[in-house]
Design a binder for this molecule. Structure first.
Ligand code: ATP
Length: 290
């Protein structure tokens, strides 16, 4: 089957600085690395590297061709990525010597996708395919409704947390994934705990503490301990985890097995610096800790 991911595509510009800027301060960075990022792109790369067929639905601006090329190299189908006359999404990330960071996110083309582009992509989908989305684009709820109407299973990573988007998308999904902070925000906004949501499967990722799966059809909760590693950079761990879970489900794995695979991918990811470009492939994940 195919996974259809409506998601952001960003250039991550990472500046190494001595300390995080104070108001009014000008500071010379000591290093700059630019890589592919954005929750959407990260998840598409994770799905592709896990061996799934993945069509990315999104947009870049005139200067975003390299990001599309990068996604294509990783095996993501780029036919539904629009080139718009709006600047590409990007993140200006400063990382201080003590590891503290600050991020300015410019959504740009990610929030300018026309609904026709989503309709055109999903016209190619088949019943039983997965549709996935996050909160860094526009039109999540419209797209999720369309996908559901067409018989697709709908997955949603409610990140970055945004109460309005979550309220609109929540009634339309089969699978929800969030980290611990987002789970608390969701509970505060809706008054409903993950185990009481009307969503079949909810996964809360807990960083170094692993993940918790709420099977809301049976009312059971299962904990999965993390694989102990020494983290170097946790950027993209959640996105890698999500892509691997969906890819596992897409190839017919039971949820517990898909989470086990994603747990290894997430642990391996935190041992490497970088976002999309650091996501491990299936062979690396399978070889990890064997
Ligand atoms: P990010 O925003 O950095 O992408 P997140 O907050 O969405 O991450 P986390 O809960 O931190 O997501 O991590 C996702 C998964 O990655 C965890 O469930 C776990 O499997 C794995 N992971 C993350 N951090 C660690 C760690 N320190 N050691 C082992 N595994 C980890």
């Amino acid at each position: 089957m195919t996974i259809w991911n409506l998601g952001s595509i960003n250039a991550d510009h990472v500046y190494a600085v001595d300390h995080i800027l104070a108001p009014g301060e000008t500071l010379a960075a000591t290093d700059l690395t630019t890589g592919l990022g954005g929750k959407g792109a990260n998840m598409s790369v994770a799905c592709a590297r896990a061996g799934a067929r993945i069509g990315h639905i999104g947009a870049v601006g005139p200067e975003g061709g390299w990001a599309v090329d990068r996604l294509t190299e990783y095996g993501v189908d780029n036919r539904w990525i629009k080139r718009l006359d709006v600047p590409s999404g990007h993140a200006i990330i400063t990382v201080a010597e003590d590891g503290e960071n600050s991020i300015i996110l410019f959504p740009g083309a990610n929030r300018a996708l026309p609904i026709e582009a989503i309709r055109a992509a999903l016209a190619e989908a088949e019943v039983g395919d997965w549709f996935l989305t996050q909160n860094e684009t526009n039109l999540q709820a419209e797209a999720a409704a369309l996908a559901r109407e067409m018989g697709l299973k709908v997955g949603y990573a409610a990140a970055p947390f945004d109460a309005q988007s979550v309220a609109a998308v929540l009634p339309l999904i089969d699978f929800l994934i969030l980290n611990e902070v987002e789970a608390a925000q969701l509970e505060a906004a809706t008054g409903t705990a993950p185990g009481a949501l009307e969503v079949n499967d909810v996964i809360v990722t807990l960083g170094a503490d692993g993940a918790r799966w709420f099977d809301n059809r049976s009312g059971t909760v299962e904990d999965f301990p993390a694989i102990p590693v020494t983290p170097v950079d946790t950027t993209g761990a959640g996105d890698t985890f999500t892509g691997y879970v969906l890819a596992g489900l897409d190839r017919g794995m039971p949820m517990g097995q898909a989470i086990g695979l994603a747990m290894r991918a997430g642990a391996l990811m935190v041992t490497r610096p970088g976002a999309a470009d650091a996501i491990p492939d299936l062979a690396e994940v399978q070889a990890f800790l064997q």
